[in-house]
Design a protein. Structure first.
Length: 308
Protein backbone atom coordinates (compact mmCIF):
# COMPACT_ATOMS: atom_id res chain seq x y z
CA UNK A 1 0.00 0.00 0.00
CA UNK A 2 1.35 3.42 -0.97
CA UNK A 3 1.99 5.69 2.00
CA UNK A 4 1.05 9.35 2.16
CA UNK A 5 3.75 12.00 2.57
CA UNK A 6 2.66 12.55 6.17
CA UNK A 7 2.98 8.83 6.92
CA UNK A 8 6.51 8.88 5.52
CA UNK A 9 7.35 11.95 7.59
CA UNK A 10 6.06 10.18 10.69
CA UNK A 11 8.36 7.21 9.95
CA UNK A 12 11.43 9.43 9.59
CA UNK A 13 10.66 11.78 12.49
CA UNK A 14 13.62 11.98 14.84
CA UNK A 15 15.60 9.61 12.61
CA UNK A 16 16.23 11.49 9.37
CA UNK A 17 16.04 15.27 9.42
CA UNK A 18 17.54 15.98 5.98
CA UNK A 19 15.69 16.72 2.74
CA UNK A 20 13.17 14.11 1.61
CA UNK A 21 12.12 13.73 -2.02
CA UNK A 22 8.72 12.25 -2.79
CA UNK A 23 7.73 10.56 -6.08
CA UNK A 24 11.19 11.34 -7.45
CA UNK A 25 11.55 10.51 -11.18
CA UNK A 26 14.44 8.08 -11.43
CA UNK A 27 14.98 9.26 -15.00
CA UNK A 28 16.67 12.28 -13.38
CA UNK A 29 19.16 10.06 -11.55
CA UNK A 30 20.19 7.44 -14.13
CA UNK A 31 22.56 7.67 -17.08
CA UNK A 32 19.89 6.20 -19.33
CA UNK A 33 17.44 8.98 -18.37
CA UNK A 34 14.87 6.23 -17.87
CA UNK A 35 12.85 5.19 -14.84
CA UNK A 36 9.54 5.81 -13.09
CA UNK A 37 9.24 7.54 -9.71
CA UNK A 38 10.74 6.35 -6.44
CA UNK A 39 8.29 6.63 -3.54
CA UNK A 40 10.97 8.32 -1.42
CA UNK A 41 14.44 9.60 -2.37
CA UNK A 42 17.04 10.29 0.35
CA UNK A 43 20.62 11.58 0.30
CA UNK A 44 22.11 10.89 3.76
CA UNK A 45 25.25 12.73 4.81
CA UNK A 46 27.13 10.11 6.83
CA UNK A 47 27.20 6.44 7.92
CA UNK A 48 25.33 7.17 11.18
CA UNK A 49 22.42 8.60 9.18
CA UNK A 50 22.33 5.46 7.04
CA UNK A 51 22.48 3.24 10.12
CA UNK A 52 19.48 5.04 11.64
CA UNK A 53 17.61 4.61 8.36
CA UNK A 54 18.39 0.89 8.20
CA UNK A 55 17.01 0.36 11.69
CA UNK A 56 13.73 2.18 11.08
CA UNK A 57 13.22 0.75 7.58
CA UNK A 58 13.69 -2.77 8.90
CA UNK A 59 11.30 -2.17 11.80
CA UNK A 60 8.67 -0.73 9.45
CA UNK A 61 9.17 -3.40 6.76
CA UNK A 62 9.99 -0.81 4.11
CA UNK A 63 12.06 -1.96 1.11
CA UNK A 64 15.04 0.14 0.00
CA UNK A 65 17.41 0.42 -2.94
CA UNK A 66 20.91 1.90 -2.81
CA UNK A 67 21.86 4.19 -5.70
CA UNK A 68 25.40 5.06 -6.70
CA UNK A 69 26.01 6.89 -9.97
CA UNK A 70 22.91 5.57 -11.71
CA UNK A 71 24.92 3.54 -14.22
CA UNK A 72 24.58 -0.13 -15.10
CA UNK A 73 20.96 -0.10 -13.93
CA UNK A 74 17.60 0.00 -15.67
CA UNK A 75 14.74 1.29 -13.53
CA UNK A 76 11.39 -0.04 -14.70
CA UNK A 77 8.69 2.38 -15.79
CA UNK A 78 6.69 1.68 -12.63
CA UNK A 79 9.44 3.21 -10.52
CA UNK A 80 10.83 1.94 -7.23
CA UNK A 81 8.76 0.93 -4.22
CA UNK A 82 9.90 2.21 -0.86
CA UNK A 83 13.07 4.23 -0.35
CA UNK A 84 16.00 5.01 -2.64
CA UNK A 85 19.17 5.84 -0.68
CA UNK A 86 21.58 7.88 -2.79
CA UNK A 87 25.28 7.88 -1.88
CA UNK A 88 26.06 11.10 -3.74
CA UNK A 89 27.27 12.76 -0.54
CA UNK A 90 29.87 10.04 0.11
CA UNK A 91 32.70 11.58 -1.92
CA UNK A 92 35.73 11.67 0.40
CA UNK A 93 39.05 10.34 -0.89
CA UNK A 94 42.44 10.60 0.79
CA UNK A 95 45.91 9.06 0.88
CA UNK A 96 46.38 6.89 3.98
CA UNK A 97 50.03 6.06 3.45
CA UNK A 98 52.60 6.42 0.71
CA UNK A 99 55.82 4.45 0.34
CA UNK A 100 58.50 4.21 -2.32
CA UNK A 101 56.69 1.43 -4.19
CA UNK A 102 53.00 1.73 -3.27
CA UNK A 103 50.28 3.94 -1.84
CA UNK A 104 47.10 3.16 0.09
CA UNK A 105 43.94 5.24 -0.35
CA UNK A 106 40.64 5.57 1.49
CA UNK A 107 37.75 6.10 -0.94
CA UNK A 108 34.06 6.58 -0.16
CA UNK A 109 31.51 4.79 -2.29
CA UNK A 110 30.09 7.90 -3.95
CA UNK A 111 33.40 8.95 -5.53
CA UNK A 112 33.10 8.75 -9.31
CA UNK A 113 35.42 6.36 -11.10
CA UNK A 114 36.69 9.22 -13.24
CA UNK A 115 37.62 11.28 -10.18
CA UNK A 116 39.41 8.22 -8.77
CA UNK A 117 41.31 7.59 -12.03
CA UNK A 118 42.34 11.24 -12.33
CA UNK A 119 43.41 11.37 -8.68
CA UNK A 120 45.71 8.41 -9.30
CA UNK A 121 46.99 9.76 -12.61
CA UNK A 122 47.98 13.09 -11.08
CA UNK A 123 50.02 11.34 -8.37
CA UNK A 124 51.60 8.55 -10.38
CA UNK A 125 49.57 5.76 -8.79
CA UNK A 126 49.15 2.80 -11.16
CA UNK A 127 46.34 0.25 -11.00
CA UNK A 128 43.27 2.29 -11.91
CA UNK A 129 44.12 3.26 -15.51
CA UNK A 130 41.85 0.63 -17.05
CA UNK A 131 38.82 2.13 -15.29
CA UNK A 132 39.01 5.27 -17.44
CA UNK A 133 35.81 5.90 -19.38
CA UNK A 134 33.69 3.62 -17.19
CA UNK A 135 30.77 5.62 -15.78
CA UNK A 136 29.57 5.22 -12.22
CA UNK A 137 30.99 5.28 -8.72
CA UNK A 138 33.51 3.32 -6.71
CA UNK A 139 30.82 1.58 -4.64
CA UNK A 140 29.01 0.17 -7.66
CA UNK A 141 32.29 -0.70 -9.35
CA UNK A 142 33.30 -2.77 -6.31
CA UNK A 143 29.97 -4.63 -6.19
CA UNK A 144 30.21 -5.52 -9.88
CA UNK A 145 34.03 -5.79 -10.04
CA UNK A 146 34.12 -3.32 -12.92
CA UNK A 147 37.10 -3.21 -15.21
CA UNK A 148 38.65 -3.11 -18.67
CA UNK A 149 42.06 -3.36 -20.35
CA UNK A 150 43.06 -6.11 -17.93
CA UNK A 151 42.31 -3.97 -14.86
CA UNK A 152 39.56 -4.85 -12.38
CA UNK A 153 38.53 -3.31 -9.07
CA UNK A 154 39.49 -6.47 -7.20
CA UNK A 155 43.12 -5.99 -8.23
CA UNK A 156 43.60 -3.01 -5.91
CA UNK A 157 40.97 -3.40 -3.18
CA UNK A 158 42.33 -4.29 0.27
CA UNK A 159 39.13 -4.06 2.32
CA UNK A 160 35.57 -2.78 2.06
CA UNK A 161 33.31 -1.22 4.71
CA UNK A 162 29.80 -2.64 4.30
CA UNK A 163 26.59 -1.94 6.23
CA UNK A 164 23.91 -4.62 6.18
CA UNK A 165 20.15 -4.10 6.20
CA UNK A 166 20.03 -4.22 10.01
CA UNK A 167 22.48 -1.30 10.33
CA UNK A 168 25.49 -3.41 11.29
CA UNK A 169 28.79 -2.07 9.92
CA UNK A 170 31.72 -4.42 9.20
CA UNK A 171 34.96 -4.20 7.25
CA UNK A 172 35.71 -7.17 4.99
CA UNK A 173 39.01 -8.16 3.41
CA UNK A 174 38.92 -8.36 -0.37
CA UNK A 175 39.60 -12.11 -0.47
CA UNK A 176 36.37 -12.75 1.43
CA UNK A 177 34.11 -10.88 -1.01
CA UNK A 178 33.94 -13.51 -3.76
CA UNK A 179 35.13 -11.31 -6.60
CA UNK A 180 34.74 -12.80 -10.08
CA UNK A 181 34.04 -11.62 -13.61
CA UNK A 182 31.71 -8.62 -13.18
CA UNK A 183 30.47 -9.92 -9.85
CA UNK A 184 31.04 -10.21 -6.12
CA UNK A 185 29.29 -11.86 -3.19
CA UNK A 186 28.15 -8.49 -1.82
CA UNK A 187 24.39 -8.75 -1.28
CA UNK A 188 21.90 -6.43 -2.92
CA UNK A 189 20.68 -5.40 0.53
CA UNK A 190 24.21 -4.51 1.68
CA UNK A 191 25.52 -0.96 1.33
CA UNK A 192 29.16 -0.41 0.39
CA UNK A 193 30.28 2.73 2.22
CA UNK A 194 34.01 2.90 1.50
CA UNK A 195 37.10 0.95 0.55
CA UNK A 196 40.82 0.90 1.21
CA UNK A 197 42.88 0.28 -1.92
CA UNK A 198 46.57 -0.23 -2.68
CA UNK A 199 48.17 1.08 -5.87
CA UNK A 200 51.67 0.85 -7.31
CA UNK A 201 53.80 3.97 -7.55
CA UNK A 202 55.23 4.67 -11.00
CA UNK A 203 56.45 7.62 -13.02
CA UNK A 204 53.58 10.09 -13.37
CA UNK A 205 54.24 10.43 -17.10
CA UNK A 206 53.92 6.67 -17.62
CA UNK A 207 50.59 6.49 -15.77
CA UNK A 208 49.29 9.54 -17.65
CA UNK A 209 50.36 8.10 -21.00
CA UNK A 210 48.73 4.72 -20.29
CA UNK A 211 45.51 6.35 -19.05
CA UNK A 212 45.32 8.52 -22.17
CA UNK A 213 45.94 5.53 -24.45
CA UNK A 214 43.15 3.54 -22.82
CA UNK A 215 40.75 6.47 -23.02
CA UNK A 216 41.47 7.03 -26.72
CA UNK A 217 40.87 3.35 -27.46
CA UNK A 218 37.64 3.33 -25.47
CA UNK A 219 36.37 6.53 -27.09
CA UNK A 220 37.00 5.06 -30.53
CA UNK A 221 35.20 1.80 -29.82
CA UNK A 222 32.43 2.63 -27.32
CA UNK A 223 29.64 5.27 -27.28
CA UNK A 224 30.85 6.82 -24.01
CA UNK A 225 29.20 10.19 -24.71
CA UNK A 226 25.75 8.75 -25.43
CA UNK A 227 22.98 7.96 -22.94
CA UNK A 228 23.67 4.32 -22.10
CA UNK A 229 24.01 2.26 -18.94
CA UNK A 230 27.25 0.62 -20.04
CA UNK A 231 27.48 -2.94 -21.32
CA UNK A 232 24.11 -4.68 -21.50
CA UNK A 233 25.33 -8.28 -21.41
CA UNK A 234 28.35 -10.00 -19.88
CA UNK A 235 30.90 -11.42 -22.29
CA UNK A 236 30.53 -15.20 -22.67
CA UNK A 237 33.67 -17.26 -22.18
CA UNK A 238 36.19 -16.84 -25.01
CA UNK A 239 34.09 -14.39 -27.00
CA UNK A 240 32.54 -10.93 -26.95
CA UNK A 241 28.84 -10.20 -26.47
CA UNK A 242 29.19 -7.19 -28.76
CA UNK A 243 30.63 -9.32 -31.56
CA UNK A 244 27.85 -11.91 -31.22
CA UNK A 245 25.15 -9.22 -31.32
CA UNK A 246 26.79 -7.60 -34.35
CA UNK A 247 27.17 -10.87 -36.27
CA UNK A 248 23.56 -11.77 -35.46
CA UNK A 249 22.58 -8.61 -37.34
CA UNK A 250 21.29 -6.42 -34.52
CA UNK A 251 23.66 -3.45 -34.67
CA UNK A 252 21.52 -0.34 -35.23
CA UNK A 253 18.22 -2.12 -34.43
CA UNK A 254 15.75 0.09 -32.63
CA UNK A 255 12.68 -0.42 -30.44
CA UNK A 256 10.99 2.91 -29.79
CA UNK A 257 13.60 5.30 -28.44
CA UNK A 258 16.17 2.58 -27.63
CA UNK A 259 18.82 1.63 -30.19
CA UNK A 260 21.61 -0.93 -30.36
CA UNK A 261 24.71 1.23 -30.77
CA UNK A 262 26.25 1.23 -34.23
CA UNK A 263 29.66 1.77 -32.62
CA UNK A 264 29.53 -1.12 -30.11
CA UNK A 265 26.61 -3.54 -30.22
CA UNK A 266 26.72 -4.35 -26.50
CA UNK A 267 25.59 -0.82 -25.69
CA UNK A 268 21.94 0.25 -25.96
CA UNK A 269 21.39 3.98 -26.42
CA UNK A 270 18.40 6.06 -25.38
CA UNK A 271 17.93 8.23 -28.46
CA UNK A 272 15.19 10.23 -26.78
CA UNK A 273 11.95 9.35 -25.06
CA UNK A 274 12.93 5.72 -24.57
CA UNK A 275 11.25 3.64 -21.88
CA UNK A 276 12.30 0.72 -19.73
CA UNK A 277 9.76 -1.54 -21.42
CA UNK A 278 11.31 -0.71 -24.81
CA UNK A 279 14.78 -1.39 -23.45
CA UNK A 280 13.68 -4.77 -22.08
CA UNK A 281 11.95 -5.65 -25.35
CA UNK A 282 15.17 -4.92 -27.25
CA UNK A 283 17.18 -7.00 -24.77
CA UNK A 284 14.82 -9.93 -25.27
CA UNK A 285 14.92 -9.64 -29.05
CA UNK A 286 18.70 -9.46 -29.16
CA UNK A 287 19.31 -12.27 -26.67
CA UNK A 288 16.80 -14.52 -28.48
CA UNK A 289 18.51 -13.84 -31.81
CA UNK A 290 21.98 -14.61 -30.45
CA UNK A 291 20.68 -17.79 -28.80
CA UNK A 292 19.08 -18.93 -32.06
CA UNK A 293 22.13 -18.16 -34.24
CA UNK A 294 24.96 -19.25 -31.96
CA UNK A 295 23.34 -21.37 -29.24
CA UNK A 296 24.76 -19.01 -26.62
CA UNK A 297 22.66 -17.58 -23.79
CA UNK A 298 23.66 -14.01 -22.99
CA UNK A 299 23.67 -13.12 -19.31
CA UNK A 300 22.62 -9.54 -18.46
CA UNK A 301 25.27 -7.30 -16.97
CA UNK A 302 22.83 -4.44 -16.44
CA UNK A 303 20.74 -4.67 -13.27
CA UNK A 304 16.97 -4.30 -13.74
CA UNK A 305 15.16 -2.87 -10.71
CA UNK A 306 11.74 -1.52 -9.79
CA UNK A 307 8.08 -2.22 -10.33
CA UNK A 308 7.02 -3.75 -13.63
Amino acid sequence: MKLSQQEWLDIFKGVYEEEIGFDMPMSEHTWLSIGGPADVFLMPQDPLSIRNLMVVLKNEGVPFFTLGGGTNILVRDGGIEGVVISLKNFRRMEVLKEGDESAELFIEAGVSLQKYVNFCKERGYSGAEGLIGIPGTVGGAICGNAGSFGCEMKDSVLSVAIMDSSGRLDRFKAEGLGFGYRRSDIKGTDIVLSANVRLTRQEKEAVTRRTGKFFSEKKASQPISDRSAGCVFKNPQNTSAGRLIDEAGYKGMRVGGIEVSTLHANFFINRGGGTASEYLALMERVSAGVREKFGIVLEPEIKVVGRG
